[in-house]
Design a protein around this ligand. Structure first.
Ligand code: NAI
Length: 303
C-alpha cells in the first residue's frame, strides 16, 4: 500500500522545493502528486479565485485517492489528506514563490508569449541552480527556453490528464538541456511515482505525436462515410484494446484543443502537412462551440 513518504537528501537528488505555476487542471494535479509523495510544493496562480479553484480540484482528488488506498480505515484516510496538505502552500505572488525553489514547473495558458514572459521574469529571481520546466503539450520547449539565460537548466516535463491517475511523464530534452538537469527531472518524476520516458523536443513528443494524427484520421474515416463514429470507437476498443475509442478520446481532450494543436503543428511546418490537414467536421463542431465533454456536446452528447 502507498503512504506519504518523505525523502532524505541524497547527493544525487537535490530537488526538494517545487513551485508550480498555474492552478488549473494540470497545475493542481502536479501539485497534488508532488505533495502526496513528500515533496514541498507551492502552487501559484494570478488570482485568489484561481488558487481556490485549484485547491478544490486537489481536495476532491485527494479524497478520491485516499478512499482507494485506505478503503476501510477512516483515520488513515484523514491522515493521508492532511499530510499531503501539509506539503502544499499557495501564492499569487509569482516572484516571491520563485526565490527558494529548486524546480519551477509551468502549467499556465498554452501561449508562447505568455510562457516566455513568465519564464523571463522568473529567470531574474530564481536561484541560478534552479531548474525550469514547461508542461506544454504543443509548443517547442527550446523556443520557450530562449526567453531565459538558463537554457541548460530548461526542459519539458509533460504530464497527462488526469495527473493523479496517469502514470506517464515525458521528459523532453532540448539540444541545450544538460545531463544534470535531465537526470534530476527523471529522478523527481520517479519520486512522484510516475514512469518517465525521454523524447527530443519535437511536435507532440511521443504520445500526442501519435495520438493526434490517429484521432484526425478517425474523423476523416467517418467524414468519408466509411463507418459511424460509434462503430469506430467500438472497433478500436474491442479490436485494438484501446480503453477509449478515438471519438470518446477527442471529446475528453476537447475539440478546441485538438484543432488548436493540429493548426499549430501545420503552421509550424515540422510535421507532414497531410497528417494535420484541416477537417471540415472538426472545424464545424468547434465553430458551433461543441467542444466535447466540457460543453456537454461534441461527437457525443453528455448530460
Ligand atoms: P487551465 O486553463 O486549466 O489552467 C491554466 C491556469 O493558469 C489558469 O488557472 C490560469 O489562471 C493560470 N495562469 C495563466 N497565466 C498565468 C501566469 N502568468 N501565472 C500563473 N498562472 C497563470 O489549463 P490546463 O489544462 O491545466 O493546461 C495548462 C498547461 O498544461 C498548458 O500548457 C497545456 O498545454 C498543458 N497540458 C494540458 C493537458 C490537458 O489535458 N489539459 C495535458 C498536458 C499538458
Amino acid at each position: 500500500s502507498r503512504s506519504i513518504r518523505s525523502f532524505s537528501t541524497s547527493p544525487s537528488f537535490s530537488i526538494q522545493k517545487i513551485t508550480i505555476y498555474g492552478a488549473g487542471l494540470m497545475g493542481a494535479g502536479i501539485t497534488q502528486v508532488a505533495a502526496q509523495n513528500g515533496l514541498n510544493v507551492t502552487m501559484v496562480d494570478v488570482s485568489d479565485e484561481a488558487v481556490q479553484k485549484g485547491k478544490k480540484i486537489i481536495d476532491a482528488s485527494l479524497t478520491r485517492v485516499a478512499k482507494r488506498i485506505h478503503k476501510d480505515d477512516e483515520k488513515k484516510r484523514t491522515e493521508f489528506v492532511e499530510n499531503a496538505w501539509k506539503n502544499i502552500s499557495t501564492s499569487t505572488d509569482s516572484s516571491a514563490a520563485a526565490v527558494d525553489a529548486d524546480l519551477l514547473v509551468e502549467a499556465i495558458v498554452e501561449k508562447m508569449d505568455v510562457k516566455q514572459k513568465l519564464f523571463s521574469q522568473l529567470d531574474k529571481i530564481a536561484k541560478k541552480s534552479a531548474i525550469f520546466a514547461s508542461n506544454t503539450s504543443s509548443l517547442t520547449i527550446s523556443e520557450i527556453a530562449k526567453a531565459t539565460s538558463r537554457e541548460e537548466n530548461f526542459a519539458g516535463l509533460h504530464f497527462f490528464n488526469p495527473v493523479p491517475q496517469m502514470k506517464l511523464v515525458e521528459v523532453i530534452r532540448t539540444d541545450k538541456t544538460s545531463n544534470d538537469t535531465y537526470e534530476k527531472l527523471m529522478d523527481v518524476t520517479k519520486k512522484m511515482q510516475k514512469t518517465p520516458v525521454t523524447c527530443k523536443d519535437t511536435p507532440g513528443f511521443i504520445v500526442n505525436r501519435l495520438l493526434v494524427p490517429y484521432i484526425l484520421e478517425s474523423i476523416r474515416l467517418v467524414e468519408r462515410g466509411e463507418a459511424t463514429h460509434e462503430d469506430v470507437d467500438t472497433a478500436m476498443k474491442l479490436g485494438a484494446g484501446m480503453p477509449m475509442g478515438p471519438f470518446e478520446l477527442a471529446d475528453f481532450v476537447g475539440l478546441y484543443t485538438l484543432k488548436f494543436i493540429a493548426d499549430g503543428w501545420r503552421q509550424g511546418g515540422k510535421i507532414d502537412a497531410h497528417l494535420v490537414a484541416p477537417i471540415k467536421t472538426l472545424d464545424d463542431l468547434v465553430a458551433r462551440n461543441h467542444l466535447g465533454r466540457k460543453t456537454g456536446k461534441g461527437f457525443y452528447s453528455y448530460s
